[in-house]
Design a protein around this ligand. Structure first.
Ligand code: ZN
Ligand code: ZN
Length: 635
């Protein structure tokens, strides 16, 4: 089969480069030039392969320049195996061919193969050059191959490449990845320029990779002229270490220094905004993007959708979605997950259908999002249908997360026994999240017997965390079984577990204010507590009585009321009430699940103040308006 017909079989629209046999007759150097230029025009591995076949037919397969191009391009087209086949058929490969092949392995993430081939090269007494050394050092860093990397360092020294800047940077990165900070500091001190911004950025990244945030900040402060890469690396590092507010502070500082961010910076900052629920700042970043013409590509688009939906403004997220011209699976996943989290199940499922209608193949993540939508919407039959279509229509094997969605779907809809049987019928072991979801469902539907059974399974699997004990304790308490409730708390204490402290944050004037349970550290605390007292009095007139059953019985009634009153979300909302204009919407992010009492109270607050209050808790969004919540009191 000639290469033209081979291309026709693969259906490529690109017109294939032509390699006429007349070149056989011409001189070998012009044949070489012509072939290399044709190879460089290729758009697909199939084209490379057909030209390769021609080269073999014309008996030119030994030309090292052509082989170099073949190896280089095959690895660029993700055909590392094909590249290696060519390499293996080469007699006495030279340093360039080794470099192309090692580079190919490293770019493909086959680091071990890269290191192995490098050693083979050394054993064949071929002297490495600076290109192959940077490649292999990268591989050693990713594989944490400390002794191999140190040998390369030794060779670098012997070859007199020790002062090469790019090699030094790679060496710093390698030692940093291996956690050898002494070597990192020594090498960075040896850099020809003391304030080499790139080198210091590499050192900084080494520290943040190992969670050493303070050390990283020290290095960051040492950089005199910080470029965009340096700022972005610091912001990204802080976010990866959970330091969202600090990341945003660094971003603000970057603005003051008038350094323009790029797409990567924007995606990082938007992710910090989503996690903190900082809508105002997120909006500002969005406006900034428009002003500085930062392209709304698929990654930035997805980050914007996530930011708006996780900060409570799902309508705006949907608008951004419509603005993105080239939508891919990531774009759709973001909007489907957002709609699901906001309880807009039907829209989420419509979006899923639109995606399939446009020929975009759903991924495993898409199914988690769409099954969640079914769960929040109580759509049991549809959920099962979609679950089965995964394997049937898309050859995606359901993972533990998908099974978890089905258990949650059944549990929420009150099919507790069915959910339990479903878990027992699974071929994989249930995880903590799945059992925890069913345990919550048992509590909500008042099935204490099954709840106990599940809690026991969780204790057996060592899955129980403080949440399990508290859930069980509360389940007992809500049935008036105080004795057992207290025992559960005691067991939890004995197991050395503490409840994760509740924390809520609210954004007022682009600033995030955090509150903990019974927090008295806020500068406005007196006003906040006064407002809280005032609201409780008003609510009492409306016939509200705090549901005290979820607190243990050994506290006096009055104290019980107070203990409930100071859940962090109440403090955050009261702060919002005193510091914003009437009728302004309030947006609160809470790290744990909202309790019954807070939920009831927020509904009343929304009614009497005529405000919209949006609360994001651990699982979902609650949109409070006119005395009702979007979750339909089911969460
Ligand atoms: Zn509460
Ligand atoms: Zn709700």
């Amino acid at each position: 089969m000639g290469y033209c017909s081979a291309l026709a079989v693969f259906g490529h629209a690109v017109s294939p480069p032509k390699l006429n046999s007349e070149y056989k007759a011409s001189s070998s150097s012009s044949y070489r030039r012509r072939t290399i230029s044709l190879l460089k025009q290729c758009k697909h591995i199939n084209q490379i392969q057909s030209i390769h076949a021609q080269i073999i037919r014309n008996a030119h397969e030994k030309n090292p320049f052509i082989i170099f191009e073949l190896i280089r391009l095959s690895s660029i087209f993700n055909s590392i195996d094909y590249a290696f086949k060519i390499f293996q058929h080469t007699h006495d490969p030279n340093i360039y061919l080794y470099t192309a092949m090692i580079d190919g392995f490293v770019s493909a993430g086959s680091y071990i193969d890269g290191i192995y081939l490098y050693n083979r090269m050394i054993n064949h007494s071929i002297l490495p050059d600076k290109y192959v050394v940077t490649s292999v050092l990268k591989a050693c860093g990713f594989e944490l191959a400390f002794s191999e990397g140190r040998q390369v360092h030794g060779q670098v020294f012997k070859l007199g490449l020790g002062s090469n800047r790019s090699i030094m940077l790679k060496l710093i990165e390698f030692y940093g990845k291996c956690g050898e900070f002494k070597a990192v500091i020594q090498l960075s001190d040896e850099m020809p320029e003391r304030d080499d911004a790139v080198a210091l950025t590499v050192v900084m990244t080494c520290y943040v990779d190992h969670g050493l945030v303070e050390k990283a900040i020290d290095v960051f402060n040492r950089v005199k002229v910080k470029d965009m890469v340096c700022w972005t690396a610091m912001i990204d590092g802080l976010i990866r270490n959970g330091e969202m507010s600090r990341a945003l502070d660094v971003f603000r500082e970057m603005q003051r220094e008038k350094v323009r961010p790029n797409e990567v910076t924007i995606v990082c900052v938007l992710s910090a905004c989503s996690q903190l629920g900082a809508l105002e700042l997120g909006k500002w970043v969005h406006a900034y993007m428009g002003k500085y013409r930062i392209k709304l590509n698929q990654f930035v688009g997805a980050a914007l959708i996530n930011m708006y939906s996780r900060c409570g403004d799902i309508d705006k997220a949907a608008l951004v979605f419509r603005e993105i011209k080239e939508r891919n699976v990531i774009t759709y996943n973001s909007i489907i997950a957002g709609l699901a989290m906001h309880g807009r199940s039907i829209e989420a499922i419509d979006m899923f259908r639109e995606m399939i209608g446009r020929g975009i193949r759903p991924s495993s993540i898409t199914f988690v999002a769409v099954l969640n939508a079914c769960g929040h919407g109580g759509l049991v039959d549809l959920g099962f249908e979609i679950f089965h279509s995964m394997r049937r229509d898309y050859e995606i094997k359901p993972q533990i997360e998908h099974y978890g969605c089905i258990v949650d779907l059944l549990g929420r809809a009150g099919f507790l026994e069915e959910a339990y049987n479903f878990i027992k019928s699974m071929k994989i072991a249930p995880d903590r999240i799945m059992l925890g979801a069913l345990l919550s469902a048992c509590k909500i539907h008042g099935n204490l017997e099954l709840g106990k059974q599940i809690a026991r399974t969780m204790l057996d699997c060592r899955y129980a965390d403080s949440g399990t004990y508290i859930l069980l304790s509360n389940a007992y308490a809500s049935k008036g079984k105080w004795e057992e409730a207290v025992q559960m708390r005691a067991k939890m204490k004995a197991a050395g577990m503490k409840k994760e402290p509740g924390c809520s944050s609210i954004e007022v004037n682009s600033e995030i204010h955090e509150f903990f349970l019974g927090d008295t550290t806020h500068p406005q605390r007196e006003k906040i507590y006064k407002k809280l007292e005032e609201i409780i009095q008003m609510l009492k007139l409306e016939g509200y009585s705090p549901s005290t059953e979820v607190v243990l019985h050994d506290i006096e009634d009055r104290e019980k009321e107070w203990a409930l009153a100071i859940h962090s979300e109440k403090l955050a909302i009261c702060y919002g009430l005193i510091s914003t204009k009437p009728f302004t919407a309030l947006r609160v992010v809470k790290n744990l699940r909202v309790c019954n009492d807070c939920h009831t109270m927020i509904k009343f607050i929304a009614k009497i103040t005529r405000r919209k209050i949006v609360v994001r808790d651990r699982n979902r969004f609650h949109h409070f308006e006119n005395g009702a919540c979007s979750c339909g009191d089911y969460w």
